[in-house]
Design a protein around this ligand. Structure first.
Ligand code: PMT
Length: 406
């Protein structure tokens, strides 16, 4: 079975710079440091002045592989930032405050950590942590978009208890997740360097402010594809309509409707090598939605439906020869025949046909059974297995297809 908890790569011998900035979550960086060392990494901590208000350099010096550094000027090395930046296999900043993100996005280097971030060609991973209002502020989000565009990995914060007794999104990601993301960013798996976009979940098409037309997709299948691809080294963007957690992916785009999913997917298509459309996109939506809740005393409404955009068919039209396009077909009868028709109509390379009428396969359950249909006309029967294992198998076929495209 695919192990979905452990990092797929060992960090043994990898040189990781751990940047710590000044937020209440700085104490959790101690745990990140310990876990990185346990995973075999050589860890060099760099703390900002603000971080030192929350945690002591001595704690990191005691746990890490070399003494913590705190200044550009105080140590014996006259140019510590270039030495650190050039020798790093990866830099991880946890927690990354709004101030650090802003300075990094703007190219400001006024302390050892920001100077090191500019003096490296190594992959960089930031794990933001701040109050919800700050996290949601357009300035912070725009800085993150800039950093992501430059290839910086972002481990999104989680929702939960914040400083001062507040609750909300902005809490530093769990240290295990951060170390998992470090492992994924350093992965040398068979999908390393491949950009993969995965869709998941069922879209919701509003009828009024509280009602929608939806389906039973939990997002488990799509999230499994995204997680396993990330663990095999791919840079994964997950466009999801599900509430399911996402682990080591580079970017998570949360959407609700077919239109929002279409915008997110089509806008990114030119920049990716592989798309896996595991989402259950609504085929129809209410033609009209009301601004206010429909009232029972107004009588039973007549709902007129209209088609949604067919995202996969549009991708099939735009697909370039180097790209691999995978669709899922959810069928309740004549599974192969209906899926084969969709394969041809949507011009995909691989269609994963699942019989969603079976109680142990398809929507909501943890297992799935599929027939893989290829554009060449061949087919492969896949027995019942956990969704992460089916995801691994689909990714094996994608790797073969990418090799064939070279
Ligand atoms: O999320 P889970 O609970 O784990 O369930 C998994 C699943 C059953 C949702 C998944 O395995 C699956 O079958 N996903 C595809 C569901 C679906 O919409 O099938 P379809 O046969 O209607 O569509 C065929 C393909 O076209 C799909 O890749 C779909 O994403 C895509 N499509 C469909 C309609 C539309 N408007 N745009 C699309 O891109």
């Amino acid at each position: 079975m695919t192990d979905t908890s452990a990092p797929l790569v060992s960090l043994r011998g990898r040189r990781v710079i751990l940047g710590v900035t000044g937020g209440i979550a700085a104490y959790k960086a101690v745990e990140v440091c310990r876990r990185l060392v346990d995973a075999g990494a050589h860890v060099a901590p760099v703390l900002t002045d603000d971080a030192l208000r929350f945690v002591g350099a001595l704690t990191f010096s005691a746990l890490a592989s070399e003494p913590a550094r705190t200044s550009l000027f105080d140590g014996p090395d006259p140019i510590p930032h270039t030495r650190l930046g050039q020798s790093a296999d990866l830099i991880v900043v946890a927690p990354a405050t709004a101030k650090l993100l802003g300075k990094y996005a703007a190219g400001i280097s006024d302390d050892l950590l920001t100077a090191t971030l500019l003096a490296t060609r190594a992959p960089v991973l930031v794990a933001p942590a701040m109050h919800t209002e700050m996290w949601e502020h357009p300035a912070v989000q725009e800085n993150l978009t800039t950093l992501r565009r430059r290839g910086v990995h972002v481990v999104d914060p989680e929702a939960g208890r914040l400083a001062g007794g507040d609750e909300g999104e902005g809490r530093l990601a769990d240290p295990a997740r951060i170390v998992g993301a470090v492992a994924a960013a350093l992965a040398t798996g068979d999908l390393a360097g491949v950009r993969v976009l995965v869709t998941a979940g069922g879209t919701r098409e509003p009828l009024d402010p509280v009602r929608f037309v939806g389906n039973r997709s939990s997002g488990k299948m799509g999230h499994a594809v995204a997680d396993v691809a990330a663990r095999r080294g791919a840079a994964v963007t997950l466009v999801t309509a599900a509430d399911h957690p996402a682990t080591d992916v580079v970017e998570v785009v949360r959407v609700e409707t077919a239109d929002e999913m279409a915008d997110a997917v089509l806008g990114r298509f030119a920049e990716v090598d592989v798309v896996v459309m595991a989402a259950a996109v609504a085929d129809f939506r209410p033609k009209a939605t009301t601004a206010q809740k429909l009232k029972k005393h107004d009588g039973v409404p007549e709902v007129v439906l209209e088609p949604t955009p067919d995202i996969l068919a549009t991708l099939g039209e735009r697909k370039q020869p180097h790209q691999v396009l995978v669709g899922f077909a959810a069928e309740t009868e004549h599974v192969r025949e209906h899926a084969a028709t969709k394969l041809a109509a949507k011009r995909v390379d691989l269609m994963v046909a699942n019989d969603v009428s079976a109680p142990d396969a398809g929507f909501e359950v943890d297992t799935n059974r599929a027939v893989l249909l290829y554009s060449s006309g061949s087919a492969e029967e896949i027995p019942l297995m956990p969704k992460p294992d089916l995801a691994g198998l689909i990714l094996d076929r994608i790797v073969e297809s990418l090799k064939g495209n070279q």
